[in-house]
Design a protein around this ligand. Structure first.
Ligand SMILES: Nc1ncnc2c1ncn2[C@@H]1O[C@H](COP(=O)(O)OP(=O)(O)OP(=O)(O)O)[C@@H](O)[C@H]1O
Ligand SMILES: [Mg+2]
Length: 182
């Protein structure tokens, strides 16, 4: 499966239909889309039928005023709103509390690390999106309308929790190792 990731915030003068147009263009080309953004862009991406969205609890709270987004039921209800809007799958990240996957059939499963890590959580969400993209790209099945098998749900949650945990352990975001010149 070919996957497009639309990740991050957009500048103030970005066209309103930026995410929606890209989702539609990707679908016309047979490409699956993961959207990791916030605010109206996130909602518009869902309405355009994004295959995956990856909000954190605060981003859901900003969009839908359920009672307490840190309560499991309210979080599931808010993720469900994104599904009702048109997103096929919602992967909610909850910081040290891990991740929950909700799809058209309701909440599927959740996962978290056995212990809370001390480190730098900035970019952990990005790492979870990278893990999701890698899982989808490795999947030869391209029927996005089909319900994700339980085994795939487990793999996605495990990989996303593991890779994001490794990002937390990196002391600085985006650290790289210089390579020698030829
Ligand atoms: N302290 C922690 N210990 C263990 N795992 C963590 C911790 N913080 C984050 N994670 C993992 O990283 C995932 C993503 O983190 P978070 O929910 O903070 O994403 P985010 O707010 O989108 O981050 P960002 O936008 O900075 O990339 C969580 O779902 C969890 O699995
Ligand atoms: Mg994020």
């Amino acid at each position: 499966m070919t996957v497009l990731v639309l990740s991050g915030s957009t500048p103030a003068d970005c066209p309103e239909d930026f995410h929606a147009k890209l989702v539609r263009a990707a679908h016309a080309a047979g490409v699956s889309v993961i959207v990791d953004t916030s605010g109206p862009g996130l909602l518009r991406a869902a309405r355009a039928g994004a295959d995956w969205v990856k909000p954190n609890a605060e981003e859901l709270n900003e969009l839908f005023e359920h009672k307490d987004l840190f309560e499991h039921e309210d979080l599931i209800a808010s993720a469900g709103e994104l599904v009702r809007a048109g997103a096929s799958n919602v992967l909610v990240s909850r910081g040290e509390d891990g991740m929950v996957l909700v799809d058209r059939t309701g909440p599927r499963s959740s996962a978290r690390l056995e212990r809370v890590l001390q480190g730098n959580p900035t970019g952990a969400g990005d790492a979870s999106v990278a893990a999701l993209a890698r899982c989808l790209a490795a999947n030869s099945q391209s029927d996005e309308a089909a319900r994700l098998p339980d085994e795939d749900v487990r793999t996605i949650l495990t990989e996303a929790v593991a890779l994001s945990a490794s990002a937390v352990l990196m002391p600085k975001r985006g650290r790289s190792t210089p390579i020698g010149r030829n």
